[in-house]
Structures are given as C-alpha cells and as structure tokens.
Design a protein around this ligand. Structure first.
Ligand code: 6GU
Length: 429
C-alpha cells in the first residue's frame, strides 16, 4: 500500500480514458487527490503534416504499425513534466496481468501505461524503452486502452484511502489475505431473504458466526474447484499415505465384494467396526488372510490405534451412499477426486493415514471428518472419469444389471482417486 499512485496513460484516445476514470470510486479518489490519472495523446507528438502516427510494416503484411517517434517523445515529455515512471506496455504478446502484478504496481509511485493501436507499436519501443509488458487475457483487443483501464482500476483500489473499508480489498478473490485454500470469493447475498422463491443459504441467517465462517470458506473453496479447474491445488497426497477402510459391521453384508475391493486397491488394512466374533472371522476368511484386518469396537478405537502407530491422528473421510431420490444430498457433497485435492492441500509434516469410513447410515458425523456422498450412479461414473481411470474400475459401476453393493462401489471409486500405498505390510497395526 502506498500513500498515492499516479498513472500516465499514453494513448490515441485520451478522452476515453478521462471519461472512464471520472466515474465511481476511482473518480472520487481522483477528486480527493489520492490517485492521479493523466492521459496524453500520442498524436500530439506526431511530426508529420497529417498528424500521422503509423505506417506500413517493414517486410510487408497486413495492417499498420505505430511509429516509435511519437511514442517515445510522449514518454519523455510526461517524464519531464511530472517525473520518472515505471513504463508498462499493454500488448496481447505479454505475461498475464493478475492480482500479484497489481499488488506490485501499487507499491510504485508512478506508472506509465503505453497503449498501442493497429498492429501494435514498432518493437524497438518495447525493446529499449519499456520496463514491463502486460496482457489482460488470451484474446485480441483493438488497442491497449481497455487493458490500461483494467490496470488502473485493479491497482488504485489497493492504494490507501481509495476504498472506504480497507478490508474489502483484502477479503476478496485473489488477494493474499484469502488464505483458506480458496482463491475465488465466497458468494454474497442481501435482501430480500427470499427472491422469487429462491432463499439465501439458511446458515447466513443463523447468527452463528463460526458456522458462517465455515460455510463461506467451504463455499469459496468449492466454487474455485468447480469453476476454475486451473486453480485446483496440485495433488500432494504422498504416494506412501496409508489408506484404511473402516466399515461399520451393519454395512459389511457383502463381505466378499468389499474384501475384493480392499485387496485390489492394496489398502493398508481394513477395520470392521462393532463386529461380533463370527463376522470378524468371516471377514478374515474372505480376505484369505492376505489383508491386515482388525475387529474393533468403533472408529475411535481405530483412530487411537493408528495414532499410536504413527504419532499422528488419521484423516477420516466418511463415505455415504445416498439411496437416490428422497435422500438429501448436502451442499458440501463432493466427489472423491475433489476430496483428494482437498486432502492434498492439507499441510501435514508427517505422513498421515487416511481412513475411508463406511458408516451405518443412521450414524451422524463425528464432526471431525470429511465426507464424500454418492448420490447416484451417474455421479459415480463422473467421479470415475474425474479420477482419470476410465469407467472400468469395477464392473459393478457400469453394469446396472448386476446387483450392486453400494458401500463396495463407493469404496472402490474413493480408493481409485487416492495414491496407492506401495507397501501395505508396513502399516499393519
Ligand atoms: Cl494489453 N492489448 C490488446 N490490444 N489486446 C489485448 C490485450 C492488450 N490484452 C489482451 N488482449
């Protein structure tokens, strides 16, 4: 943040720049003298008799190229009049202008913005007289003016005293202050509470500030994940992350299929929760003794055990099969692939086991775990595609004629999105 920021725009259309910057919050900042914008007409520095500023390109080709003379004369003139400046050229052949660049420019006292028209400016200007180039996106505009206005608006709102409330700049999308793993801003709502039958998310009316903060952070993260795949965090779950399958005994009816899934994904182990001696024995038989299995009273016991083994509590992911229609799929429902990205973004010094837990449907969340919901077969197929493994992970997913064991399908898809443990034996408790 700086006390003041001054822009020098060099353009063939100074009136466009002047008209734009007079409006709104920026106009007010200029009136108060917090920001200055000077637009200089490059044509005023033409020496030709027709005030011409361009000519045909050397080497031939379509269009016209701006002569270097008037541009450099204009640059030197404004520097003489009002002092030295950081010289920026707006051109589509340049790195993208973004919030980081805006933050950097906001620290400079004076920024010159050189706008080309036609096929651009003789490149000797860029080579010898420009400090930095920016493009505002991968499309071609008729000139750099709109881009210069983009830069002015993005930079000046970071300057002290331009916004009434300095927090509004820092809580927004792309700012450094948005540190919760999200990059886009959370959605905002105002009155009326219900608009043409569309209510605002009820949590925002609850007055529970902690719950609102949680909802906003999740909504921002989720929106970024969905709308900007390019901003998804790099998956950083270490390949050696042990994955455990924890199954409430009531969900382990199809022991054979669950055991097959667990073994084909080489999980570190399976915990049968609340199982009696008989079903624990059936489970052990189904895995042919090839898999570390434990009959434990509950999830807590498994977490305790894994913590004792590795020194860090596991990350528990609840896998819930919603049975279709009637079932409410909560807002935060996410696919295993999405979840893997979330888990990958969780910083942890030590490798932390991931427990995929298939609870009894009547069990409510423990409050400390993440959740994956499988609403229907279509979503499962989408998830498998997202996982980048095609549709053939498990016949049960694509073959609707076969009776499907939902917990097994869910475990299969979820496990397919997480890196395999290379050496399951190492993690036996
Ligand atoms: Cl900075 N100038 C022009 N002419 N076109 C653009 C641009 C700039 N950024 C994206 N397209």
């Amino acid at each position: 943040m700086t006390a003041a920021c001054s822009f020098e725009v060099l353009t063939l259309f100074p009136e466009v720049v002047d008209a734009f910057v007079r409006a709104g919050v920026l106009g007010k900042a200029i009136e108060r003298g917090v920001v200055q914008v000077h637009a200089t007409n490059i044509r005023d520095f033409s020496t030709g008799k027709h005030r011409s500023v361009d000519d045909t390109p050397f080497g031939g080709g379509a269009g016209m190229v701006m002569n270097p003379g008037p541009v450099l004369d204009a640059l030197e003139h404004v520097a003489e009049q009002r002092g030295p400046l950081h010289r920026v050229l707006l051109t589509p052949s340049a790195p993208r202008f973004d919030q980081r660049a805006a933050e950097r420019l906001a620290k400079l006292p004076r920024v010159g913005l050189v706008c080309g028209r036609y096929e651009g400016i003789d490149d000797r200007i860029r080579e010898h007289y420009i400090d930095e180039c920016f493009s505002i996106g991968d499309y071609v505009l008729g000139g750099g003016e709109v881009a210069a206005l983009v830069v002015i608006e993005a930079v000046s709102r970071l300057v002290d005293g331009v916004l009434g409330n300095p927090e509004s700049a820092s809580s927004e999308s792309f700012s450094d202050a948005a540190q919760d793993g999200s990059t886009l801003e959370y959605p905002q709502y105002t009155r009326p509470a219900e608009f043409r039958g569309h209510p605002v998310p009820p949590v925002l009316m609850s007055g529970d500030h902690a719950a609102i903060a949680r909802w906003r952070s999740e909504a921002a993260r989720r929106r970024t994940w969905e709308l900007r795949p390019d901003l998804r965090p790099a998956r950083a779950i270490p390949a050696a992350t042990p994955r455990w399958l924890a199954i409430d005994a009531s969900q382990a009816a199809d022991v054979d299929e669950l055991a097959r899934v667990a073994m084909s994904h080489r999980v570190a182990g399976v915990a049968l929760l609340g199982a009696d001696v008989g079903s624990a024995a059936a489970w052990a038989a189904a895995t042919g003794g090839k898999l570390a299995t434990a009959a434990l009273p509950n999830l807590k016991a498994l977490c305790k055990r894994l913590k004792r083994a590795s020194g860090i509590a596991p990350w528990v992911v609840r896998l819930r099969a919603c049975s279709g229609a009637g079932d409410e799929v909560p807002h935060e429902a996410r696919s295993p692939a999405e979840l893997a990205d979330v888990l990958g973004a969780v910083p942890s010094a030590k490798p932390r086991a991931i427990v995929l837990w298939i609870p009894d449907p009547s069990t409510t969340g423990l409050g400390t775990e993440d959740a994956v919901y499988a609403p229907d077969v279509d979503s499962l197929q989408r998830w498998v595609a997202e996982a980048g493994r095609g549709l053939a992970i498990n016949d049960a997913i694509v073959d609707a004629r076969r009776p499907r064991c939902r917990p097994a399908v869910l475990a299969d898809v979820a496990l397919a999105t997480l890196p395999r443990s290379p050496d399951p034996e190492r993690y036996e408790p």
